[in-house]
Design a protein around this ligand. Structure first.
Ligand code: ZN
Ligand code: ZN
Length: 166
């Protein structure tokens, strides 16, 4: 996801807008069992402040993740902002916000990927109250119900239940 910063670096433009639309890198999310459902869209505004190049990007995409409880795939839309500062490759400092400029171009994808990665929950849930899979029969309890739990109930609880029924 490269942007040409030549006009900004050379001062022919003070501000430039970029609309980028690029497919997410295949394999980037596969460790987590996720994938991109839509391309990554970026609206980037870069500015030459006189001292440096500064940028602000709005990024959106839709991921598919697998629920940590029921294992079903679900949509996970992302929308976030990134603050970017661009530095010449010689002046690069690893402060996490810098972009490398090479041949008057900067690749913003590493920063975008880094942010996407940090926004994915460790244990993603299709919904907060996902009921997960039954540990005995394996059905998805969001879709069906089973009687395993009642049968596995501790006999003491069963007694209590019977008492309550009376
Ligand atoms: Zn779920
Ligand atoms: Zn069951």
């Amino acid at each position: 996801m490269k942007v040409n910063l030549k006009p900004l670096i050379r001062g022919t433009l003070k501000l430039e807008e970029f609309y980028l639309n690029e497919a997410g890198r295949e394999g980037f999310l596969s460790d987590m069992g996720g994938r991109f459902l839509t391309p990554i869209k970026v609206h980037l505004i870069m500015e030459n402040t006189g001292k440096k190049l500064a940028g602000r990007a709005r990024v959106s995409t839709i991921l598919a993740l697998n629920c940590g409880r029921c294992l079903e795939e679900f949509e996970y839309p992302l929308l976030f902002e990134l603050i970017l500062a661009a530095a010449e490759i010689s002046a690069y400092e690893d402060n996490g916000e810098m972009l490398l400029i090479e041949d008057e171009q900067a690749d913003i994808m590493p920063r975008v990927e880094e942010e996407i990665f940090s926004l994915i929950p460790l244990n993603p849930l299709c919904r907060q109250d996902c009921r997960g899979l039954c540990p005995s029969c394996g059905i998805n309890k969001n879709q069906q119900s089973c009687t395993c739990e009642e049968n596995d109930l501790d006999p003491r609880w069963q007694k209590l239940k019977e008492l309550k029924m009376k």
